[in-house]
Design a binder for this molecule. Structure first.
Ligand code: SF4
Ligand code: SF4
Length: 346
């Protein structure tokens, strides 16, 4: 049954018709599992917030292709996209909805533990770290159920680890990676703050050898900004982590991505972040605007998006994108679209 309360919470009108003629592949190729075991047919729970089943009660095999899963897929097939959150989905917002006809699930996204060694103000109000207790026990049970399913899964699959906490700090994700089966059809992608990469990666060589992509969320290109925004992080340690990842990338050939969340205290470092990405041999630098996760009472102070200083920094970033021949080393489609709209209006 559709959870109307949830859609109201996200201000999603489920009677709308966006009339999108492309077929977004996500409800067909992606399952995301959250820390309660709820499964979603999109890459972000707030973009398509209806659960398609819970892993505490059902197996992944039963959840994939369930009646609710098919119902959400039909809202993409008919072009209405009525359950999608047009206020938050980056693809809808940038007018660049993907198109594809995947036949089966190709991406499993794990968000089963929010433990992290940092406490970035943009993400949480204090330290969250589960080493024991109910959240830890549930995380371990979910990790085991996922690994059970992976042991028998026959088709190519990419497992994404860590959109909610840090995979190398979390004891749940460490357990998952230490127990995950060695299968030729399974690859991994990891999003990390990189501070514990050097210490923990040698304990999971199979995962590192089969990495498709390693993303580092960083948010500061200088010691001062980095240590202010990544509370608990040390600049020397992150540089050591980047160096180590850079060496491993050369050895194993995974894609190395920088993620920079733009906010009022770091927008002036967008270009320095691009320099840092070039210095450490990254394949891409993603720039995204900060989103309101309800962790601060003064989020409105982040609204710097119309200030002349921010706009001139953005112009310089766009000039760099053009100077590189739009090679997609620098990715910020939403910002570029917004800037183009602004200029068309004037
Ligand atoms: S359009 Fe956006 S919200 Fe809808 S399924 Fe695709 S990625 Fe998810
Ligand atoms: S490193 Fe990532 S997961 Fe950890 S607190 Fe910061 S933003 Fe959140």
């Amino acid at each position: 049954m559709i959870n109307e309360r949830l859609f109201k919470h996200y201000r999603i009108d489920t009677t709308k018709n966006l009339k999108i003629d492309k077929r977004c592949p996500r409800p067909f190729d992606t399952v995301l599992i959250d820390k309660q075991g709820s499964c979603y047919a999109c890459e972000c729970t707030s973009w398509l917030p209806q659960s398609i089943g819970n892993l505490q009660i059902k197996s992944l095999g039963d959840i994939i292709g369930s009646a609710m899963h098919q119902h959400l897929q039909s809202s993409i097939d008919d072009g209405t996209y009525r359950y999608c959150n047009e206020h938050q989905c980056s693809y809808i917002k940038s007018g660049a909805v993907l198109h594809g006809r995947p036949e089966r699930i190709q991406h499993l996204r794990l968000a089963i533990d929010d433990s992290c060694n940092l406490r970035c103000p943009s993400c949480r109000k204090g330290l969250i770290f589960h080493k024991d207790g109910s959240a830890y026990n549930l995380g371990i049970r979910l990790a085991n159920r996922i690994n059970d399913w992976l042991r028998d899964h026959q088709h190519p699959l990419q497992v994404h680890i860590g959109s909610d906490g840090d995979p190398f700090a979390s004891h749940v994700y460490r357990h998952f990676m230490e127990q995950t089966p060695e299968r030729e059809n399974i690859n991994y992608s990891i999003l990390t703050n990189a501070l514990m990469f050097k210490d923990f990666a040698p304990r999971v060589p199979y995962v590192i050898r089969n990495l498709n992509e390693l993303g580092v969320s960083i948010d500061g290109a200088t010691k001062d900004t980095y240590e202010r925004l990544r509370l608990g992080g040390k600049w020397d340690k992150i540089l050591e982590g980047l160096e180590c990842i850079s060496e491993q990338k050369i050895k194993h050939g995974f894609r190395f991505i920088f993620h920079f969340v733009i906010q009022k205290d770091n927008y002036h470092e967008m270009e320095a972040m691009i320099d840092l990405g070039e210095k450490y041999g990254a394949d891409r630098v993603w720039l995204n605007k900060i989103e309101d996760w309800g962790t601060t009472d003064d989020f409105h102070t982040q609204n710097i998006w119309q200030t002349p200083d921010y706009l001139s920094h953005l112009d310089r970033v766009i000039a760099r994108i053009q100077a590189r021949g739009n090679d997609r080393f620098i990715e910020c489609p939403t910002l570029v679209t917004e800037q183009a709209r602004r200029k068309n209006k004037n």
